[in-house]
Write a protein that binds this ligand. Sequence first.
Ligand code: HEM
Length: 67
Amino acid sequence: MKFDRYSKTLLAWDGSWTYEDLNIFLAGPSLTTPGVNMDFRGVPDEADRLNVIAYLRTLADSPVPLP
Ligand code: HEM
């Protein structure tokens, strides 16, 4: 599959996203991951981020074990 509408930053992302990667990215996408197109200020509160990540995990076909 080709995602040509993604930023160079995300296209250059190598490997799978870990929960830690998601936690950093969601804290403030353009601050923690310069160059991304996600025009969203992020989720500054860590407890909120953990809830978002836990929710995303429920959507996975085969959820990766939590750290
Ligand atoms: C808490 C809410 C959100 C979560 C959990 C989230 C999650 C993510 C993740 C994990 C990615 C990178 C992986 C992928 O592209 O599949 C991503 C990319 C992106 N998201 Fe979000 N997102 C959220 C809110 C938003 C909002 C509100 C917008 C629109 C204003 C948005 C627009 C985008 C765009 C445009 C990209 C591609 C960025 C790039 O190529 O640099 N996201 N999002």
